[in-house]
Design a protein around this ligand. Structure first.
Ligand code: NIG
Ligand code: FE
Length: 413
């Protein structure tokens, strides 16, 4: 199947050479072609250029894109999309003034989701998550990470990871699994944390490796969750089973988790709402991608990751949704990009780079995703008629997407 997209008002994020990580001032550079064509063969981008040099070739379909913009699909490198039921009750408690920590202390939070997930069968979990996956694809997400972490027992963590594996097999976008067994201590282990860490290390990790159920390992490194020593023990063990580290870190407190992540060559460190100078220093010169989750800051009313300060200091940033039932019940990357601009003072160029090129890096997908490049997967968003790409974050909350293409084919759920 050969498709030619013609008269594209602006073709956004066009990269001749592979880029992996955009940092500091380079985040402002968003390469575009005005009045462009794009040629797709099968599932791959084959060619692009100015309309005036559009080749006259025989194709199966020509799609006229007058007035519309094409940009690569968003990459969401941090979600918890597999969960059972919702937590609107906690939402109301939060409106009435309880904090995330207070809600967790009274039996809500991650342990609440773990109880619900324990009751749900694998098929039911798959059906619930599939709806969310379809919803985010239609909002422009073309690659996705999903974490376990509401299982908190060997049986239920593996159940979650098997659901993620099935989702990956079922949908045309890459869905990559992260093992987050260390999301919280389950109730029965509250007084014997070491025993739970032992279960992670001796029961969960070997089985995950055996069934190839995850690419990454993650730990919620935070006060009342996992401390530095526990986090390190889990990362070291997981690396031996072939998993690459990521950490939920500095969401509420900074106590050395960032430096620990860099030391263990974490591919990404996520949240970072609270950042000290020492944390910034630790990230400098590393190959670790800091990931901001503005949907979580918006929903919980906690500080936003200081992205402006970080970029000005020469650091990279990626953006993700953190789609989960407790701190960010939305998987809308368009909203995330808009919020990054409106609340974190990122420019539209920086935010688009953060949600495509840098997000691909945070998921280990730079080779095939994240930009309009020859040989990369033909995953892109065709917008409605809009005046410029800056209109995407500007017109926040509005649906500007006309069509989604995955592997070169229009997709509809
Ligand atoms: O990334 N912070 C830890 N984990 C999730 C929230 C999980 C939940 O509340 O269910 C997060 O925000
Ligand atoms: Fe998260």
């Amino acid at each position: 199947m050969k498709t030619l997209f013609t008269n594209i008002k602006t073709l956004v994020q066009v990269r001749e050479n592979e880029v992996q990580m955009l940092s500091g001032k380079n985040m402002q550079n968003l390469p575009i072609i005005e009045e462009a064509y794009l040629f797709v063969e099968g599932d791959v981008i084959v060619d692009y250029g100015k309309m005036e040099s559009c080749p006259t070739i025989k194709v199966d379909e020509v799609i006229d894109c007058s007035g519309k913009i094409i940009l690569p699909t968003w990459i969401d490198s941090h979600t918890h999309i597999v969960y059972a039921d919702h937590r609107e009750g906690e939402f109301v408690d939060k409106i009435k003034g309880l904090s995330y920590e207070e809600i967790a202390a009274k039996g809500g939070g991650i342990l609440n989701s773990a109880e619900k997930l324990a009751q749900a069968g694998e098929d039911e979990l798959f059906e619930q998550a599939a709806k969310r996956v379809e919803e985010v694809i239609m909002m422009g997400t073309g690659a996705l990470e999903i974490k376990s972490g509401y299982g908190l027992s060997t049986e239920n963590e593996l159940k979650m990871l098997r659901v993620i594996k099935r989702l990956n097999e079922h949908y045309p976008i890459p869905i990559i699994a992260t093992f987050l067994g260390a999301h919280a201590f389950p109730k029965k282990y509250l007084n014997k944390p070491d025993a739970y860490i032992q279960e992670i290390i001796t029961q969960m990790l070997p089985q995950i490796e055996k069934e190839k159920l995850a690419a990454f390992v993650d730990v919620f490194c935070e006060k009342n969750y996992f401390d530095l020593e526990q986090t390190e023990r889990i990362l070291v063990a997981a690396k031996k089973h072939g998993l690459t580290p990521k950490i939920h870190v500095n969401q509420f407190n900074s106590f050395g988790g960032v430096a620990l992540g860099v030391k263990h060559k974490a591919l990404s460190l996520d949240h970072l709402e609270v950042m000290t100078d020492a944390d910034m220093e630790a990230l400098k010169g590393s190959r670790t991608m800091p990931v901001a989750l503005p949907g979580c800051s918006f929903f919980l009313g906690i500080p936003y990751t200081p992205a402006r300060k970080m970029i000005d200091a020469g650091l990279p940033i990626a953006l993700a949704t953190d789609y989960n039932p407790g701190s960010s019940p939305s998987g809308n990357m368009n909203f995330v990009v808009a919020t990054a601009c409106i609340k974190m003072k990122m420019t539209p160029e920086e935010a688009i780079n953060a949600a495509t090129v840098n997000a691909a890096y945070a998921l280990g997908l730079s080779k095939n995703y994240g930009s309009i490049s020859k040989g990369k997967k033909a995953n892109f968003i065709l917008t409605k008629e809009i005046p410029s790409y800056a209109f995407i974050p500007y017109s926040f909350g509005n649906n500007l997407i006309k069509k989604i293409f995955v592997d070169g084919k229009e997709i509809n759920y």
